[in-house]
Design a protein around this ligand. Structure first.
Ligand SMILES: [Fe+2]
Length: 276
């Protein structure tokens, strides 16, 4: 599947399996040399790293992070025509591009250190003052937005959601109108609302397999090298919901498993903040 802005073969692959799982989170690197460099980097950390075949794309490195989350890296993919200005063919949620992944981590500090060393930069973070300023969540970026990947304290590792970027809040409203009139009203899990974190306007859905999808817009640029990461305190409910209804309990507890990856309880209490 491809988003409207996608100029290559695919941005999302769905595969029929026995259980709903996330087989890999994938990233593009700048060159074939970077793939070889990445393989050495992961092997240097005693992590498995092998090249695999993937339809529609070039050499693909399959590996994992220190928690066991399956990762893939590629540098080339077959080109395809961009559909951004084929407005007469727009259907559904009108997702323009795949924006980020968000994962439960049982040890956010460990995830932060690993992904920072890999080259991701911190934009916003939450600390729990009640737990000796332990990191509760981090947002990390490569492309100059608020995040390409985020980690939140919780039983994991699991994928919490992947997010599609839409140009405006009217696209989020349009999606609600579509869902409510096509038999999918019950698939809306949370929103509309605005997160304090990232300034994001959001809508969260569960697909028929239970994979969570966020549709969002209205984050901000982070390309300034002097950007100071924004700190949030766990007790500040505005970080989750600047306005809108509080998140349901499922939003804190439900996630997508990675295959053959054991789950670990978080280091600190994941008790959610459910109300202002
Ligand atoms: Fe998100």
């Amino acid at each position: 599947m491809r988003n409207l802005e996608c100029r290559t073969h695919h941005s999302l692959v769905l595969q029929r399996l026995g259980e709903p799982e996330c087989l890999a989170l994938a990233w593009k690197v700048a060159s074939e040399d970077d793939l070889d460099r990445a393989k050495r980097w992961f092997q240097g950390k005693d992590l498995p790293a092998t090249f695999v075949e993937r339809h529609g794309q070039g050499r693909t490195l399959r590996t994992c992070d220190t928690l066991g989350m399956p990762l893939e890296f590629y540098s080339s993919m077959a080109p395809a025509a961009c559909k951004l200005q084929q407005y007469d063919g727009y259907r559904g949620a009108r997702i323009q591009r795949l924006d980020h992944f968000n994962c439960f981590s049982p040890d956010v500090q460990k995830s932060y250190e690993f992904w920072s060393e890999l080259g991701f930069r911190l934009t916003e973070y939450t600390v729990s003052e009640e737990a000796n300023n332990t990191l509760w969540a981090v947002w990390l970026q490569r492309k100059g937005g608020v995040h390409d990947i985020a980690f939140t304290n919780g039983r994991g590792p699991r994928l919490h959601h992947f997010a599609g970027w839409v140009p405006s809040v009217s696209d989020l409203v349009h999606c609600c109108d579509l869902l409510s009139t096509t038999g999918y009203l019950g698939n809306i899990e949370r929103g509309l609302g605005r997160h304090g974190i990232g300034n994001a306007l959001f809508l969260y859905l569960l697909d028929p397999d239970g994979h969570r999808i966020e549709l969002f817009c209205s984050d901000y640029l982070t390309v300034d090298p002097d950007l100071v990461p924004k700190r949030w305190e766990f007790r500040d409910a505005r970080r989750q919901t600047l306005w809108g209804m509080p998140a349901p309990r499922s939003w804190f507890e439900h996630g997508t498993r990675f295959p053959n990856v054991g789950l670990t309880d978080p280091l600190i209490n994941p008790q959610p903040v459910l109300a202002h």
